[in-house]
Design a protein around this ligand. Sequence first.
Ligand code: NDP
Length: 244
Amino acid sequence: MSHSRVCAVFGGTRGIGKAISERFLREGFKVAVLGRDPEAISKYQEKNVNEDRILALHCDVTSSTSVEDSVQSILVKYGHISVLVNCAGVNRDRLLLRTSMTDINEQINTNLTGTILTCQAVVRHMIQNKSGSIINIGSIVGLKGNQGQCVYSATKAGLVGFTKSLAKEVASRGITVNLIAPGFIETDMTATLSSHQLDTVIKRIPLKKLGQPQEVAEVAMYLAGASYITGQVLCVDGGLGISI
Ligand code: NDP
């Protein structure tokens, strides 16, 4: 792959997004890492002292202004964006009857609206370039559902419809849009599970272990180069989806 390719990872500061950022850096991409955590952002900026291949920026995907500003900064710095990865996500796991309006809004605004906003901002530019690859991060629970995750699942199911529709809208412009649906991956998001919950989960996974962020990153790298795949959902879940 050409060394001038540029990948923007929204939600690249931790977990799966961080692993994806590092995987694309290893491949020779210039990588824009976007998130809210100032400490993580300054660590990336320090890493970049001797080379010009990382641009770490504050971005809150729930704000269209913040998204537009950061996309503009990437374009000013690198000139184009070849791959967009949407990894920013939050979960507020609770039974529906105990879910507050704040938690509902936070999950919808981050997971669903956030991805819609970044795609809107980046697709405009990819259309001019007549090429690009968009990779959205959904979840296996967006396909199968899960108790305690009604709203989270709804946002991830929403991303499936969004991904397929956008894939149809931009296919003629040489842009692919796909969705990765991870199962249980070892990150901060799953660190809150008790050992009892973990045991129960692992029993249900055919491969009998949690996934690693790097295993999702490999699939993102594959999709970034898969020029004849679009509108697809790829489960990276250790087989969980076939067992529930
Ligand atoms: P983490 O909690 O480790 O990381 C979440 C990332 O999202 C962080 O980089 C965080 O950055 C970013 N983020 C959250 N809110 C915002 C916001 N408003 N604006 C910008 N960035 C934001 O989670 P994972 O790495 O596990 O999750 C990554 C994605 O994968 C999520 O979409 C999640 O739903 C999905 N997923 C995860 C699974 C798992 O088992 N871990 C399973 C299935 C899907 P910062 O704190 O800097 O803002």
